[in-house]
Design a protein around this ligand. Structure first.
Ligand SMILES: Nc1ncnc2c1ncn2[C@@H]1O[C@H](COP(=O)(O)OP(=O)(O)OP(=O)(O)O)[C@@H](O)[C@H]1O
Ligand SMILES: Nc1ccn([C@@H]2O[C@H](COP(=O)(O)O)[C@@H](O)[C@H]2O)c(=O)n1
Length: 424
């Protein structure tokens, strides 16, 4: 309880400097700020959110325990939907301090319904008392223009003695998607230590983590720089990576490796169900295990790798932001830089394919897909973000190859690149 109070106090200390964003039905965000004095109208989109539903509510997850917070947020929507009246309308909500790293907190915005308001308030009151959330209600003034935010505080947090009523006012949209503020070492990991730190803290809730961490070779055995070239093949699913990497292996007498490595297969589905923080730490660890294998095998033969860090980072960045490609962190941003402790390949090839042809290949292959792969099909913006994120990663940057010609022509094209770049 003491920790919860401390966490709420620390978020609340800068409450009126925070920017809030709620997703409209179109997926576009409406941003708003707060002020203590009356004046000005609520932002245009705010009334659109409410659409005659009366009072609205928000829950923001506030906790300094990273793992607990991510787990709680990941499960919160289902919990809310099972407790709230049927048909309750929840949308994603964010709050952040402009330009302040790691200031982002996530939650949900709920359109009220006057018929069910007592049930809604009972349910939200229970969350407010027992869970790491800050609950607020929003009501419209008599002039139908001014909205107030009322922060709910239970008896203990009342000790804070801080203002709890604010006016909702328009504010400028941030230049980049607010998720960018929390991306480093939460969505994308830039060192083995950071990824291991998250996984070690998961031991209590995911017992399999111990076995996963055991797969990491000791640093003494991790090896140095391989003598032979290392070529990574990247691309969305069904762009032809497996087909190409197997042909490259046979043509060059190379060793074929992949990330995540085979040794992590027993636990992959388990970690795919976890919130991004944990799931991405698992894939990050996979890259370091593959890197150790590369160092070992790369002393004997050229190495071909099916997916590596580009995939881990591009999918993570594209998932963390929503909306169009312009929402991605800007080109040159630190989020696209290669981790300094991860082996750098000699060449990274990105296979690209027209979306219709990719779908056709997926259909013909007819295998089950991960949630993210299904999202690639459904959500054109997500696909564009992943492809753009791939292209923005530097150190090494990828060389794009059109994968629409026949498998043999694609192979010849990539062999030319390898010979030019890797002197093979
Ligand atoms: N150049 C090509 N022309 C036509 N079909 C191709 C070509 N390359 C691969 N295919 C076919 O497309 C399908 C997907 O290819 P493949 O499995 O190699 O893709 P992938 O990128 O490894 O997919 P995933 O990432 O999902 O494992 C397969 O049925 C494969 O036979
Ligand atoms: N190095 C990697 C490899 C994969 N991923 C994640 O896995 C999904 C695609 O994997 P396939 O085996 O189906 O090719 C994709 O959703 C990535 O999120 C990764 O993060 N890092």
């Amino acid at each position: 309880m003491a920790r919860r109070l401390k966490d709420l106090k620390s978020v609340f200390a800068q409450w009126s400097s925070r920017v809030f964003s709620v997703e409209l039905e179109t997926g576009a965000p409406v941003y708003f700020g707060l002020q203590e004095n009356r004046g000005g109208k609520a932002p245009l989109g705010f009334s659109e959110l409410q659409q005659g539903h009366g009072k609205c509510y928000s829950l923001l997850v506030c906790s300094s325990d990273r793992i607990g917070r991510e787990k709680f947020y990941w499960e919160l929507k289902d919990k809310l939907l099972s407790d709230l009246p049927p048909g309750s309308d929840l949308t994603n909500m964010l709050s952040f301090l402009p330009d302040v790293k790691n200031s982002l907190i996530r939650g949900y915005f709920l359109k009220g319904n006057s018929d069910d308001s007592s049930l809604i308030e009972r349910v939200l009151g229970h969350f407010e008392q027992h869970d790491p959330v800050l609950v607020c209600s929003y009501s419209e003034g008599e002039d139908n223009q001014q909205w107030t935010q009322h922060v709910w505080t239970n008896t203990e947090s009342n000790l804070m003695g801080m203002t709890k009523e604010f006016y909702v006012v328009p504010t400028a949209a941030p230049t980049y998607h607010p998720s960018t503020l929390n991306m480093i070492n939460s969505d994308v990991f830039y060192s083995l230590d950071e990824a291991c730190d998250v996984l070690k803290k998961c031991g209590d809730i995911i017992p399999e983590t111990t076995s996963v961490l055991r797969m990491l070779p000791s640093r003494a055995n991790a090896g140095g720089k391989p003598d032979f070239p290392v070529v990574v093949i990247e691309g969305l699913d069904a762009t032809g990576k497996t087909t190409l990497t197997e042909s490259l292996r046979d043509t060059l007498g190379a060793t074929l490796l992949r990330s995540p490595p085979q040794c992590l297969s027993p636990w992959r589905a388990r970690f795919d169900q976890e919130p991004p923080l944990i799931r991405r730490a698992f894939y990050a660890l996979g890259n370091y295990i593959t890197a150790a294998q590369i160092c070992q095998e790369g002393m004997k033969a050229p190495i071909i790798v099916d997916r590596f860090w580009h995939s881990t980072a591009a999918y993570a960045i594209a998932t963390a932001v929503s909306g169009p490609v312009t929402d991605l962190p800007q080109d040159g941003s630190e989020v696209y830089r290669w981790p300094s402790d991860l082996l750098q390949p000699s060449l990274v090839v990105l296979l690209t394919l027209d979306p219709e042809e990719r779908k056709r290949r997926l259909r013909d292959r007819g295998q089950t897909k991960t949630d993210e792969e299904q999202e690639l099909d459904r959500n054109q913006l997500f696909r564009l973000r992943v492809e753009d994120a791939y292209r923005r990663i530097s150190g090494p940057a990828c060389v794009t190859v059109d994968a629409s010609p026949s498998a043999d022509l694609v192979l010849q094209q990539v062999l030319l690149l390898i010979r030019a770049k890797c002197h093979l």
